[in-house]
Design a protein. Sequence first.
Length: 414
Amino acid sequence: MSLQRAKELASGVPETATAKSQSVPGVAGRVDLGQLRSRAAGNVALFGANNSPQTAQYLDLNTQVSATLAVQDEQAWYYVYVPANGKVTAFLQTVNNASLDYDLYLYKYNPADGTLALQAYSFYAPTHYEQVSTPAATGEIYFIAVHAYQGADPVNPYTLAVLYSSLPDVDEPNDNPWQARSATDGISASRTLDNAFDEDWTALTVTQENTFVFSLNTAATGTYQLHLFATNIHGTSLATVNKNTQAAFTLSPGTWYVRVLSLDTVTPAEPYTVRVAVAAGALTDIKVLNHTGVEDYINYNPAYGPSWRIQTTATFKGTLKDRYGRVLPNTPVNLAVYTPSTYRKQTFATGVSDASGAFSIPVELPGALGVLKYDFVFGAEHYDMASFTLSAEGASVGRHLWHYAYTEWYPVGL
Ligand SMILES: [Ca+2]
Ligand SMILES: [Ca+2]
Ligand SMILES: [Ca+2]
């Protein structure tokens, strides 16, 4: 297929994301598929324009067609046959003219009674492409309507492409803002881009202002991107997050839109994960418990200041809060403990904060060598310098540790 989509749009005029107030074009009467098939096999010119469901033009999946709409409110109808379970995507490259507004509709055909049921619509502003999709099963028939909502151009054509893909993810259909999945105060999803046109939209409701960390991770080789929109879904996104990176944005209460797509190729079998989560402002009340009987918060060396004494089995505890000091539940916390004097320089562990923002991460550490010693009257405690880092959603805290090895007791004099 040669059709290229303009995924990176020029700056648009701000528009709102609310659906237009126009009513969906009426579907007059029922469709007799037998008549449609004879029409497809015969001379199309005999039957006039395909401006109603009853005169819809058959399209093979994974093909495209270019045609014109001559007058405002005219419709052009097409239908496709689904050979196997999967997804049908319709993509409309509209006429590039700011005074024209074409829209796109997708209907499911009911063979029992010949009626059409609306599955999806796409109502972008002028000059923006339109796109809809639907999960589809073997043998089903879908109808597609192109509608000249405002203006028409009898000379310059639109181009309609209809694609079939076999591996849609479970959150489909979500190819446009009107088909978006809903989420509140965060997104955590694993999805795929099942064809090069696939867009995965989420409508994110933010109930209170906060800073959110956005990330998009995938092993797919294409140029996968996450785009953030406010109400202007028609123009340039407010922000872009490239795959395998993260960024933080402060969002006010209201509805935001998150779109994931690829600028070039997709790997349908390779999932991506999209995550939007409240950014951590601080990790507080940190303490390190030690289960081997050396638990203490002491000062072996005034040059470093006091810290925890650990041995081989320890638990790191604390509380995660957002930038406003509100506890941050259900958030992954990563622990790294550095023991450079031992055979294993780094030990990693993870936990998740509970409903109170509290986390508790147990970790097994290598035994210390005891290259340093802290003298007291009757002996010396041998230890190594160690350190840790706790991090979560953009915040981190770290400190040195005393990695206890053993106690050497001096001979008691007579
Ligand atoms: Ca439109
Ligand atoms: Ca998808
Ligand atoms: Ca999608």
